[in-house]
Design a binder for this molecule. Structure first.
Ligand code: CP
Ligand code: NVA
Length: 301
């Protein structure tokens, strides 16, 4: 890695102004105003998946190809990585072949090791700790429908998981208030709340979903069982945090609903909410394509 390598590892490590540039570039690409001249022609992206994916995999591949680049998709079981070759050695070797590496993995230390040893930009395609690319699509979706997110209120109801962590990062970087309701046992890492406090954020942790959604412009949730989680007892703990029409009714009148997907109707969200008029989930999923084009261009240009 050189000092100038632009990794996209986590929102807390990237300047707010840079993140705004990426969102604006994504919006411009979505409108067809930029990115049309194949700016990444001749560039190769390697994508490593140690966990499953539909959206991340397809949107990154289409994004890279629309920008003129090429993709190599690698499932970890097909790699020597799956037989114990180190992340560091994989990083050093792939850096000799490709221009950028996207990795979806378990522990965040694996993506950190990849970035430490790669000499090309590394993008975090989700770890147990954070999915930073998803938040760029989410912020874009909110802003397309409701205008600037700065100064607005977002409510999280559910597991204090990796998505919740990236929402905490985003609330500080994009300047919105975040109210998080989780079961006490599934609260986000206290270090995230300390970080938000120290960085001028407005993040409140509570355990009552109705209190969280009061005054909210946006309600967000995620699966009760994330990849790598053990299911035991999660359903009972999380049932009171299900997003249904009653909970949406306790938020602002023009509230919108976001969910990174995949969704489990009847678990974390009812079908009438996710398939109803307040839901932005299909635009949110589409925005993975546009925001990742902007992330790739930011890393590679
Ligand atoms: N939201 C998201 O990352 O979806 P995939 O797991 O399908 O990539
Ligand atoms: N929290 C979920 C997000 C999936 C996109 C998981 O990590 O499985």
């Amino acid at each position: 890695m050189t000092a100038r390598t632009r990794h996209f590892l986590d929102l807390d490590a990237i300047d707010a102004a840079e993140l705004r540039v990426i969102i604006d570039a994504a919006a411009a690409m979505k409108r067809g105003e930029s990115g049309l001249n194949k700016p990444l022609e001749g560039k190769f992206l390697a994508m490593i998946f140690e966990k499953q994916s539909t959206r991340t995999r397809v949107s990154f591949e289409v994004a890279m190809k629309q920008l003129g680049g090429e993709v190599v998709v690698l499932n970890s079981n097909d790699l020597q990585l799956g037989r114990g070759e180190s992340v560091a050695d994989t990083a050093r070797v792939l850096s000799r072949y490709v221009d950028c590496i996207m990795m979806r993995t378990y522990g965040s230390e694996r993506i950190a090791e990849m970035a430490d040893y790669a000499s090309v930009p590394v993008i975090n395609g989700l770890t147990d700790s954070t999915p930073p690319c998803q938040l760029m699509a989410d912020v874009l979706a909110f802003e397309e429908h409701r205008g600037p997110i700065k100064g607005r209120t977002v409510a999280w109801s559910g597991d204090g998981n990796n998505m919740a962590a990236s929402w905490i990062h985003a609330s500080v970087k994009f300047g919105f208030k975040l109210k998080i309701a989780t079961p006490p046992e599934l609260s986000p890492d206290p270090a995230l709340l300390t970080w938000a406090d120290k960085n001028g954020g407005s993040v409140e942790l509570m355990h009552d979903p109705r209190a969280a959604v009061a005054g909210a412009d946006c309600v967000v949730t995620d699966a009760w069982v994330s990849m790598g989680d053990n299911e035991a007892s999660r359903h009972n703990m999380l049932a009171p945090f299900r997003v249904d029409a009653t909970l949406m009714g306790a938020a602002k009148e023009n509230v919108v609903f976001l969910h990174c997907l995949p969704a489990h109707r009847g678990e974390e969200v009812t079908a009438d909410v996710i398939d109803g008029p307040q839901s932005l989930v299909w635009d949110e999923a589409e925005n993975r394509l546009h925001s990742q084009k902007a992330i790739l261009a930011w890393c590679l240009q």
